[in-house]
Design a protein around this ligand. Structure first.
Ligand SMILES: N[C@@H](CCC(=O)N[C@@H](CS)C(=O)NCC(=O)O)C(=O)O
Length: 192
């Protein structure tokens, strides 16, 4: 079976897929896409022209949330969703609601008025959630954590967002960075 990832180092959505592939120790070929000069053929694989796209045996699949689920089913070990139905639904809900973090993140990156306060509020919400459970989806590391961590790494390391006043969030990020998959992503961010 051949697996190709159309990838971009700076893309946090691609980071989700890189992390899942690393967690599951899946071999794949990475094709780096220059987002400022995207090849015309990319639109044949994804009508929006966006990455990530995963291609299995020549069949392209876009959308990071869908790709994460696909990889979870295709490579079930180690599992990245809870074994119990309600737990899986909760993890999926968090992925579905990722704009609670990504909207204020991009607004802050664009320098919009009031964006710092909105990002602070989003980060405080995550901090509060992580005060109640060790990982975003519950007791175990999984897709919910992977869905959010690319923006946290970029907020901290590229936008200079300080997590000092957010002990649960900072502790979660430090725990995640103990995993080779996330440490590798932090390395990619450092090299951007
Ligand atoms: N909803 C998509 C978003 C992917 C996305 O926005 N990728 C960006 C790079 S981070 C991209 O390809 N941007 C090019 C564009 O918007 O034209 C996903 O989850 O995969």
């Amino acid at each position: 079976m051949s697996l190709v990832l159309y990838d971009a180092a700076r893309c946090p959505y691609c980071a989700r897929v890189r992390i899942v592939l690393a967690e599951k120790d899946v071999e794949f070929e990475a094709v780096e896409i220059d987002l400022s000069d995207r090849p015309a053929w990319l639109y044949e694989k994804n009508a929006t022209g966006r990455v990530p796209i995963v291609e299995e045996n020549g069949r392209p699949l876009p959308e990071s949330a869908v790709i994460m689920e696909f990889l979870e089913e295709r490579y079930p070990e180690p599992p990245l969703l809870p074994s119990e139905v309600a737990g899986r639904a909760f993890a999926r809900l968090l992925v579905f609601r990722d704009d609670l973090l990504t909207d204020p993140y991009y607004a802050f990156r664009r320098g919009e008025d009031g964006a710092a306060e909105h990002l602070d509020a989003a980060l405080s919400g995550l901090d509060a959630a992580l005060g109640e459970r060790p990982f975003l989806g519950g007791a175990e590391f999984g897709l919910a954590d992977i869905a959010y961590v690319p923006w946290l790494l970029r907020a901290r390391d590229m936008l200079g967002v300080c997590l000092d006043g957010l002990p649960h969030l900072a502790g979660w990020l430090a725990r995640l960075e103990g995993r080779p998959s996330i440490a590798a992503e932090a390395g990619i961010v450092a090299a951007l």
